[in-house]
Design a protein around this ligand. Structure first.
Ligand code: ADP
Ligand code: MG
Length: 557
């Protein structure tokens, strides 16, 4: 396993004697298969996680896109798989392992044909048709969840989220987090900005101590003396958001003033004090009870606000300030002159609370309601990091389901059904193309097969049962049952996935496979050769035999 995790193995695959023609296609396919092998075992609820240790630290992840990114793959053809995983991640947020496995399997199925001298373009043509038919079929089979009541919708969405989370480290608490994610997504409504949902990580405690704030929460910023005397809780406060410094500037560093009379010095100092006091006065006059600034709020200001029962926080990050702004309806000001009531925000409750051993500023019950913050708790740092990535997947899935609102049965059910459909279609085709469409159909079975393998079941046995069930005509929703090792109605068991995950995965995987099949020569540029020569040497080969027009080094972009 550890050898598999090393990117070098991909380098070993290349460098066959010929780098042109059929051999090149075959060697590229082998490289892609090797990449898929690294993420293969992470698929599904029984998938294993990967621990990746590099110079940036240790990461534990189950997410295909994250693993592939960290692996830093150098093989030019295999990089395409990294790209499709990334694009799947940004387009739909889930199904990253699926897309890589599918693409590699499509290529693997094509390999014997290429070796036997079939022209890649015949394969590509058939694959494209099969891909389109598959996507069409997913669309037909997808079930809409539109038109349900809010309560019903919530529980349906929670099921989609739970399916995504079930394959992750926090799978044990999937229902707890699924409903949290659904609440968070529904809170922000149709707004497209993902950063309206904040995830804050606080090490310590247990997973169950995580909670959702229907508003904004952020870690208490650095504060000066005087802060202790400020009130820490307000009901319906007015909130002033600033982008200015409230600090007594000591101008001696960046200004030069020539004085002829030492007595004038006092006037300069006074002027400085007047400026800051004037600013502070204006803040107080605005009626705000909470003052936040993206820039520093100094000790003088802190004490000044404390004396007037006002809460303040400086150096709030841009992102948090923006979220406070969208939540409370306040607008960030760059000057304190003329602060009118309209630019002040408000919320039902503001509170500074202890969470673990951090203090948090929490704004809840915000009028626009368009923000939510999940405060994540848990043991190790790596654990919380992975939990955050998993929640990200779940959030994306729920958002997709809200937008597209069609779902398909998971657990390999939809893949088996499409596979069956394509096989049936293949029988009606005359000529070689029949084999190619059949191969495409067979490749789709990689998902249920891998789900079985990862759960330790006899894949052949389960797949036979599934094929039989799907062929019988009324088993379209049957997929792998990861609990018993048999087959089960995935729909009835609420193993659901948004249709868009599958559509996007099939589409991207087909495109990637066709792309790699259509490349029969790699041209290297000498500069990148020297850079990659070192990497190749590390892989243990990289000798003279692999030089020449080897597979390395072509820049794809
Ligand atoms: P990906 O990165 O592709 O999303 P995952 O590790 O999340 O990979 O696994 C997703 C696969 O696991 C999907 O095919 C999904 O249908 C399947 N799956 C998730 N939960 C279950 C379950 N409870 N039973 C069977 N299959 C499941
Ligand atoms: Mg997933």
């Amino acid at each position: 396993m550890s050898a598999m995790m090393q990117p070098q193995i991909i380098l070993l695959k290349e460098g066959t004697d010929t780098s042109q023609g059929r051999a090149q296609v075959v060697s590229n396919i082998s490289a892609c298969t090797a990449v898929a092998d690294t993420v293969r075992t992470t698929l599904g609820p029984r998938g294993m996680d990967k621990l990746i240790h590099d110079d940036k630290g240790t990461t534990i992840s189950n997410d295909g896109a994250t693993i592939m990114r960290i692996l830093d793959i150098v093989h030019p053809a295999a990089k395409i798989l990294v790209d499709i995983a990334k694009s799947q991640d940004s387009e739909v947020g889930d199904g990253t392992t699926t897309v890589v496995l599918l693409a590699a399997e499509f290529m693997k199925e094509a390999k014997p044909y290429v070796e036997d001298g079939v022209h890649p373009h015949s394969l590509i043509r058939s694959y494209r048709t099969a891909g389109n038919m598959a996507i069409q079929r997913v669309k037909e089979l997808a079930v809409s969840i539109e038109g349900k009541s809010l309560e019903e919708k919530k529980s349906l969405l929670a099921k989609c989220a739970a399916t995504t989370l079930s394959s992750k480290l926090i799978g044990g608490e999937k229902d707890f987090f699924a409903s949290m994610v659904v609440d968070a997504v529904l809170a922000i409504g149709h707004d497209d900005r993902l950063n309206l949902i904040g995830i804050k990580k606080v090490p310590g405690g247990t997973m169950r101590d995580s909670f959702l704030v229907s508003g904004v929460a952020f870690k208490k910023t650095f504060s000066y003396a005087g802060f202790e005397q400020q009130p820490k809780k307000f009901l319906n406060p007015k909130i002033l958001l600033l982008n200015i410094e409230l600090e007594l500037k000591s101008e001696k560093e960046n200004a030069e003033i020539r004085l002829s009379d030492p007595l004038q010095y006092q006037s300069i100092v006074d002027a400085e004090w007047n400026i800051i006091y004037d600013k502070l006065d204006k803040c107080v006059k605005s009626g705000a009870k909470i003052v936040l600034s993206r820039l520093a709020i100094g000790d003088l200001a802190t004490q000044y606000f404390a004396d007037r029962d006002i809460f303040c926080a400086g150096r709030v990050t841009e992102e948090d300030l923006q979220r406070v702004s969208s939540a409370t309806g306040g607008t960030v000001q760059t000057s304190v002159n003329n602060v009118i009531d309209e630019v002040l925000g408000t919320c039902e409750v503001f509170e500074e609370k202890q969470v673990g051993n951090e203090r948090f500023n929490i704004f809840s019950g915000c009028p626009s309601g368009q923000t939510a913050t999940i405060v994540l708790r848990g043991g190790a740092d790596q654990f919380i990091e992975e939990a955050e990535r998993s929640l990200h997947d779940a959030i994306m899935i729920v958002r997709r389901a809200v937008k597209n609102s069609t779902v398909v049965p998971g657990g390999g059910a939809i893949d088996m059904e499409i596979s069956k459909y394509l096989r049936q279609h293949a029988r009606t085709i005359a000529g070689k193309s029949q084999f190619f469409v059949n191969s495409f159909a067979k490749a789709l079975e990689v998902i249920p097969r891998q789900l079985c393998d990862n759960a330790g079941f006899d894949a052949t046995d389960v797949l036979n049962k599934l094929r039989q069930k799907h062929a019988s005509g009324d088993g379209a929703n049957y997929g792998v049952d990861v609990n018993t090792g048999g087959i089960a109605d995935a729909f009835a068991n609420f193993v659901w996935e948004p249709a868009v995950v599958k559509i996007n995965a099939i589409n991207a995987a087909t495109e990637a496979a066709c792309l790699i099949l259509s490349v029969d020569e790699t041209v290297k540029n000498p500069k990148s050769e020297s850079a990659q020569g070192d990497a190749a040497a590390m892989g243990g080969r990289g000798g003279g035999a692999t030089r020449g027009r080897g597979g390395r080094g072509m820049r794809r972009r």
